[in-house]
Design a protein around this ligand. Structure first.
Ligand code: HEM
Length: 415
């Protein structure tokens, strides 16, 4: 299986042919390499929803599903739409799948392996564990916000706020004490770029180098004595009891570091950008409660896309999907579709819609860290606005070549 958008051997002529063929077949082409897509992906998805909701992208060599109804259905049908990419028949898959082919991350496993490994870490992220963590979480979020500076200072919120909080919070759960290491955030950013279906060969290579560096760093951390009650400690106990192999425990920790940092950081950056662009007296800025956080997470959809592989031939909205073909479920588009539907019906409450939103995925792979992420979001944004009630956006730069994640290189504010 090849990985990465292979610019060297395929080149521009191939790209243009893909787009022309797609246009001839469907009347439109999906081109995530365009600048316009990078600036406003929601516009491209709105067009797909309207004109080709189950669309075959020749460029990405996979199906793109954009409407809420189909996305929610596919997430639940895990027997047919599998998470493992290894049975795929397509030539290109995102390079993440090839980083560690013998030890796939939790979200790329199907039952029964998925059920057993998810069971080993589930409790650490359940409502009760997150409730116990809350005072410590509050303290570390306050500390990060205090250190931002004084009212009026000009600050980039991406490294100093959005990037700093998730690693500190994850330390509270794992006990690995990683937040002092500046390298970790950089490695994670490189690795998650490997999730991009448009990753270049160069991005793929950087992802691999950083994946190895993060693995080595975690091995060194795991060799230290484990803090009682931490996830590191409970995984060690599972290994000693023979419920997990050491390689499985290592892989679970590695994936949690990857899954629980960049996602939250992207969300905090997007939400802080949105709130700091509103007038200081705007109602949304006065009180950040869980309903507002849920609404912002669905609106931003930090994880824009998840991928599945069809296990058997199937028909979706009249399109024939062959066994082995990859399907991208556009969560960001499904959430917009849901919100538009609710506006038209006028009946569904914000809470009802938040419950049905798919920003955290759905079915057996629904995000394990959702409770934690929502709490982090509420405290981080509340303290930011409480400490700096006049905070004002002066500029923001979206990360380029991102399809899977909605990321920001910088979000500059006056505090
Ligand atoms: C706003 C922040 C977050 C968002 C938007 C998010 C989103 C998602 C999504 C969409 C999935 C489903 C992947 C799939 O179906 O293929 C997922 C899975 C997962 N997430 Fe999150 N996530 C966030 C934060 C976190 C945090 C803080 C953690 C833990 C530290 C975490 C741990 C996981 C794990 C372990 C999975 C895999 C679950 C499985 O396959 O069974 N996530 N997340």
């Amino acid at each position: 299986m090849a990985s990465g958008y292979d610019t060297k051997t395929r080149g521009l002529a191939w790209l243009h042919r893909c787009l022309a063929d797609e246009r001839a077949e469907y009347g439109l082409a999906f081109n995530p390499l365009r600048d316009a897509f990078q600036k406003a992906p929601e516009d491209a998805y709105a067009e797909l929803r309207r004109r080709s909701p189950v669309h075959y992208s020749r460029l990405l060599d996979c199906w793109i599903v954009t409407r809420y109804e189909e996305v929610a259905h596919l997430l639940r049908e895990n027997d047919v739409f599998r998470s493992s990419p290894h049975t795929t028949t397509q030539a290109l898959v995102d390079p993440y799948a090839t980083l560690d082919p013998d030890r796939p991350s939790l979200f790329m496993l199907d039952p029964p392996a998925h059920t057993r490994l998810r069971g080993a870490v589930r409790e650490a992220f359940g409502p009760e564990a997150v409730r116990r963590l809350t005072p410590h979480l509050e303290e570390c979020v306050r500390d990060v916000v205090q250190r931002l500076g004084r009212p009026g200072d000009r600050v980039d919120l991406v490294p100093r706020f959005a990037g700093a909080i998730p690693l500190r919070v994850l330390d509270l759960v794992t006990g690995l004490d990683m937040h002092g290491a500046d390298d970790v955030t950089g490695w994670v950013s490189d690795i998650v770029l490997g999730l991009e279906p448009i990753a270049t060969a160069q991005t793929a290579q950087r992802a691999l180098t950083s994946y190895r560096a993060l693995g080595k760093y975690l091995d060194e951390r795991r060799a230290r004595p484990a803090r009682e009650g931490s996830l590191h400690w409970s995984l060690l106990r599972s290994v000693r009891a023979g419920r997990l192999t050491d390689a499985e425990a290592r892989q679970l920790l590695m994936f949690l570091v990857l899954a629980g940092t960049k996602t939250v950081s992207d969300f905090l950056a997007s939400a802080a950008r949105h709130l700091s662009a509103l007038p200081p007296r705007a109602p949304e800025r006065r009180h950040v409660d869980s309903a507002l956080v849920d609404d912002l997470i669905a609106r931003v959809s930090p994880v824009q896309i998840v991928a599945r592989t069809a296990a058997v031939p199937t028909v979706l909205c009249g399109r024939r999907i062959r066994a082995g073909q990859r399907i991208l479920l556009v969560l960001a588009s499904a959430n917009r579709d849901l919100a538009a539907g609710a506006r038209e019906d006028g009946g569904e409450t914000g809470t009802g819609r938040a419950r049905r939103a798919v920003a955290f995925g759905g079915g057996i792979h629904r995000c394990l860290g959702a409770h934690l992420a929502r709490l982090e979001g509420r405290y981080a944004l509340s303290y930011l606005l409480e400490r700096f009630p006049e905070v004002r956006l002066t500029g923001a730069t979206p990360s380029r070549r991102c399809v899977t994640l909605r990321s920001w290189d910088s979000v500059i504010v006056h505090l």
